[in-house]
Design a binder for this molecule. Sequence first.
Ligand SMILES: *Cc1c(COP(=O)(O)O)cnc(C)c1O
Length: 362
Amino acid sequence: MIDYKLHIPGPVDVSAEAYQAMSTRVMGHRSPDFVDLYNSCQPQLQELFQTKDPVFLSTSSAWGVMEGAIRNLSSKKVLCCMCGAFSDKWLDVSRRCGNQADGLEVEWGSHIDPALLDEKLSSGEYDLVTLVHNETSCGMMNPLEDLMKVLAKYPEVISVIDTVSSFSVVPIPKDDWGIDVILTGSQKALALPPGLALFTVSDRAFARAESIEGRGYYFDFLEFLKNHEKGMTPSTPAIPQIHGLKYTLDQIFTEGVEKRHARHSRLNDMVHGWVDQKGFELLPEQKFASKSLTCVRNNLEMDIAGFVKALKVEKKIAIDGGYGKIKGKTFRISNMGNETDDSMAHLLSCMDELLPRFLRSL
Ligand SMILES: *Cc1c(COP(=O)(O)O)cnc(C)c1O
């Protein structure tokens, strides 16, 4: 029995109301009822993505679309900005797709420096850049606006931005900043179960895709566009997820997008306050700290595994004991999705209570 609440940085806790919405009956995916549902999501999605481009729904996790972006958009060479587990993986994925790819690599927890990106791109070797906006493994948010200013100098380079864990947490003005492809997933700040990826593609990127052979079928961006024009998806989608998405979009616009951003920022500050108060440190520089989650450096040499386990068993709350090579050296707490001042205060008071037991006795 799953009797604990998720405070890991994805998947995050799903509300009873969202589950309820997902249990709405399915309909045929070529029926007018489906077209109504699909089309009813579009205006809200376009507003949330801050774009005039169509927003596509892919029945896959985010990696499906990430791989699709490589296969649809590069014929020369991909530059993968690498600063943590998710962004590092993109280099491997690009090469597995048979593409030529290089990494612009910095230490985990560091940000991608716009000047470094500029220097790399000035070689003229690349036609695609992959960037993770919010590197969830390190709790680090890249300076996207400044990085996009660099990309604006290279019109032949298409930008693919993974906003899986920052989408709907902070404003990301896609069209104003000239982003070509933004992709995200259902299980992070949108607080839906995993299984749906959402993405949007610029005209420039569609033009690139038209010139590329071997786009495959399932993630062919042009196939998504063709079906979108009919209010449909290329193949049978996860219809319950889309019912859940419609519910979530209504919720987001009832709260108000700006208020949602402010709430995430305020709740994130609460966690930062706790970190300071206990004498812990953030993994990234404060200036680049994520608003979605907090990645705490274990400078107090706490028994992280013991602490995470006690929170789960005694307090019925799951936090994360570190990802990949920084497991045990960091821990991560999510404030994404439906969290409130009360739910975060509850989490922090549970952590307060248990912490002394797991600090190394001096
Ligand atoms: C969670 C996450 C992913 C993983 O995507 P899935 O394919 O949905 O597992 C990718 N990128 C970032 C930044 C993430 O936080």
